[in-house]
Design a protein around this ligand. Structure first.
Ligand code: AHG
Ligand code: MN
Ligand code: MN
Length: 341
């Protein structure tokens, strides 16, 4: 007999059965997210064929150009999840304030935070892009969620995941019991289990992923670590391979499977880094840890950061424990010498 094909729905049900108190609410959120991912995947695959490319005239609250597909994906996710009665509120990288559930729909006990399209500068070049999500329990007492429900540290996430729209579309998620990856079979429209219990190799492949163009704006510690990776430090004469697409999800996903380190350090123009704690850093740090890796801001565990603002940024170091710990040692060891960071 061949192995049974495990759809994402079956997997979610089986995971839920392991939790006797489960009401099914949480599973429904994951179904809805998988549905939204299929919608976005279809659109991303068609993006070169239909008139959906190009920027709107708008800029998002981070001052970046909003591509049409960003705005569209933002809405797809919201509408796939606004009516199910399982969420108290949402927050999106593309929306300035947290997003209440419309009054006409019932609410529930979970909170969803998401980056609808990650790597959007790559859309027109047909480079992999992604979606990132993070789920928390509501902590305030009212029926409808509040800002406070969104401002929770990463260690209290109940689930996190991402979708990578690449040579195939994959959904990867964790609920704190390991990391599972599903590949979309477009012929039947189902996500099928393809990666069971993902473990990130440590040390794994010698890959580093960072925007090296920022080198002169980095702290002394970050430059020293970069020199180590590039074989310029006597401690490491053998350079690592550099791989950086500019899509966090794609770079993270590759390094999750192969081993390596992804970095978006602080620099003089982005003293708190570029990536957002709630929509990017925390969910990917949860997945990295669940796969045996590490997520750090260079000095502390990303999952321990207490968010103060919805759109706050953080420096990011993600990947194989061994390389992330090494980065921390370089940063701490050169701490007094930072310029402007
Ligand atoms: P988003 O498209 O959601 O705004 O995220 C873009 C992020 C991330 O995907 C990527 O790692 C990083 O920006 C790239 O930044 P640089 O162009 O500064 O390297
Ligand atoms: Mn992003
Ligand atoms: Mn985005």
């Amino acid at each position: 007999m061949s192995q049974p094909v495990i759809t994402i729905d079956r997997h979610i049900i089986e995971q839920e059965r392991r939790n006797p108190g489960a009401t099914g609410a949480f599973s429904n959120i994951l179904y809805d997210l998988a549905f939204a991912a299929k919608m976005i995947s279809r659109e991303v695959n068609m993006a070169g064929l239909v008139d959906i490319l190009g920027g709107t005239d708008e800029r998002n609250i981070h001052g970046e150009e909003v591509q049409k597909l960003d705005a569209w994906a933002n809405e797809v996710i919201f509408k796939a999840l606004d009516h199910g009665g399982h969420l108290a509120c949402m927050a999106s990288e593309e929306a300035e304030d947290f997003i209440p559930i419309p009054d006409r729909f019932p609410t529930g006990k979970y909170v969803l935070l998401y980056d609808p399209l990650d790597g959007s500068s790559n859309i027109e070049a047909n480079v992999s892009i992604g979606t990132i999500f993070s789920i928390h329990r509501k902590i305030t007492s009212g029926e409808r969620g509040q800002l406070q429900d969104c401002l929770q540290p990463g260690h209290s996430q109940v689930a996190a995941g991402y979708v990578v729209y690449g040579s195939s579309t994959m959904l990867v998620y964790t609920t704190g019991h390991g990391v599972f990856g599903f590949t979309l079979d477009p012929s039947i429209g189902e996500f099928l289990l393809s990666h069971s219990s993902v473990r990130t190799p440590s040390p794994g492949r010698r890959i580093y992923s960072v925007n090296d163009g920022n080198y002169t704006n980095w702290s002394a510690g970050q430059r020293a670590f970069s020199d180590y990776l590039r074989g310029l430090d006597p401690a490491n004469p053998k350079p690592f391979a550099s791989r950086y697409t500019g899509s966090l999800v794609a770079d993270f996903h590759r390094n999750l499977l192969y081993g390596g380190i992804f970095m978006y350090p602080a620099d003089t123009t982005n003293p708190r880094g570029k990536l957002r704690l709630l929509y990017e850093a925390a969910p990917l740090a949860f997945i990295a840890e669940q796969a045996g890796g590490r997520g750090s801001d260079g000095y502390r565990r990303i999952l321990d950061i207490e968010p103060q603002q919805l759109h706050e940024r953080t420096p990011v170091y993600l990947g194989s424990s061994e390389w992330v710990e090494l980065a921390e040692r370089y940063l701490v060891g050169n701490r007094g010498q930072s310029e402007g960071v």
